[in-house]
Design a protein around this ligand. Structure first.
Ligand SMILES: Nc1ncnc2c1ncn2[C@@H]1O[C@H](COP(=O)(O)OP(=O)(O)O)[C@@H](O)[C@H]1O
Ligand SMILES: [Mg+2]
Length: 197
């Protein structure tokens, strides 16, 4: 199956989740993340701001703040050539966000003061439509995370979050596709790469 077909089928499947069941799964995901021992060393986390159908990241963000972790969230841009890219900005309260294009929440303050350099991020939580146990990731088709992740440091832990049905046997990939180090699902945290084992 090609990427577009898998994306559509995962979007359809995600719509079938009832809100109560979804809440339970989302809380479970947050719990598993903070149970990881290396989360105690996390000082800065970058995490996406979820839309209604995505795994809700608000509980993770709130928990991170409670633990004194600095939280950065992405905003997308286009350069003069029309190339799309993403940058991360610090937020300290959940109301420091606003609705951007397509109703996607983004940080309000996007100045140099709030900018977080990719090299200082300890943990990145990436969204996705499907993943494999090896860490292959299928995003929404913009390639934003593939481009962003080329700039991270060697010690940055990249995590993909997924509902169980989003973990598949195989995915089509290209050389640009950046894998994740861990898969975080309601069932637990699974190491994909040898890097952090
Ligand atoms: N590092 C990169 N440099 C240039 N183009 C890239 C890079 N990473 C991804 N792309 C391009 O972005 C587009 C979308 O990538 P794709 O992997 O299909 O999306 P997604 O990762 O969102 O699922 C592709 O045309 C891909 O070649
Ligand atoms: Mg990709």
């Amino acid at each position: 199956m090609d990427k577009a077909t898998i994306r559509q089928s995962m979007r359809n499947r995600r719509k079938l989740l009832e809100s109560k069941e979804k809440d339970t799964l989302d809380q479970c995901i947050a719990k598993h993340l903070f149970a990881a021992p290396w989360m105690n060393d996390c000082k800065t986390m970058m995490i996406y701001l979820s839309s209604a159908e995505e795994i809700n990241t608000d509980p993770i963000i709130e928990h991170a703040w409670a633990k004194g972790i600095q939280v950065a969230v992405p905003k997308t841009f286009r350069d003069q050539q029309g190339n799309r890219f993403m940058e991360a900005f610090r937020i300290t309260r959940i109301d420091e966000v606003t609705n951007g294009a397509f109703g996607i929440r983004e940080p309000k303050q996007c100045d140099a003061m709030h900018h977080i350099d990719p090299s200082v991020i300890d943990v990145i939580i990436t969204p996705g439509l499907a993943f494999t146990r090896k860490g292959d990731r299928l995003g929404y088709g913009g390639g934003y995370y593939d481009r962003y992740l080329t700039q991270i440091g060697e010690k940055t832990v990249v995590i993909g979050v997924a509902y169980p049905f989003q973990v598949v046997e195989q995915l089509p990939t290209t050389a640009f596709d950046h894998p994740v180090d861990f898969l975080l699902t309601p069932e637990g945290l699974l190491a994909c790469s040898l890097k952090f084992r």
